[in-house]
Design a protein around this ligand. Structure first.
Ligand code: ZN
Length: 125
């Protein structure tokens, strides 16, 4: 992830990304991850308005790739966040990791990757 992208994410998500999360994602998934974090942030902002719940603010801990699929760990996740994360995981297997175009999951050296037809042939998957 580029420094400018990281700055954009942090600016949009001051609460949910406020605890130095480990974010390690391929280029093609930035928009997907941005949207994921923005949705988690919106939930966090709602929680932040309720004084008694403030100690349970949702915080992103990890976002990474796991077998061609987005993996996201959130501390204090509630039902809404679980749903948001599941949706993003579902979308990630249909996004090329390299360019963000529509893609599919393919087997590659014992694991799985998600990418478009062009990148599949370029990387000989
Ligand atoms: Zn591609």
């Amino acid at each position: 992830m580029k420094a400018s992208q990281q700055a954009r994410l942090k600016l949009r998500c001051p609460i949910s990304l406020g605890r130095e999360p480990r974010i390690s994602i391929p280029e093609g998934w930035f928009e997907l991850v941005y949207e994921l974090c923005a949705q988690i942030e919106d939930v966090a902002q709602q929680v932040n308005k309720k004084p008694r719940q403030r100690m349970f603010l949702p915080r992103v801990a990890v976002i990474e790739v796991n077998h061609g699929r987005l993996h996201c760990e959130v501390i204090n996740r509630n039902k809404d966040i679980a749903h948001i994360v599941r949706k993003a995981q579902f979308r990630s297997v249909q996004r090329c990791m390299f360019c963000g175009e529509h893609g599919h999951q393919f087997r590659h050296s014992g694991g799985l990757v998600s990418c478009c037809a062009r990148h599949r042939s370029e990387h000989c998957l």
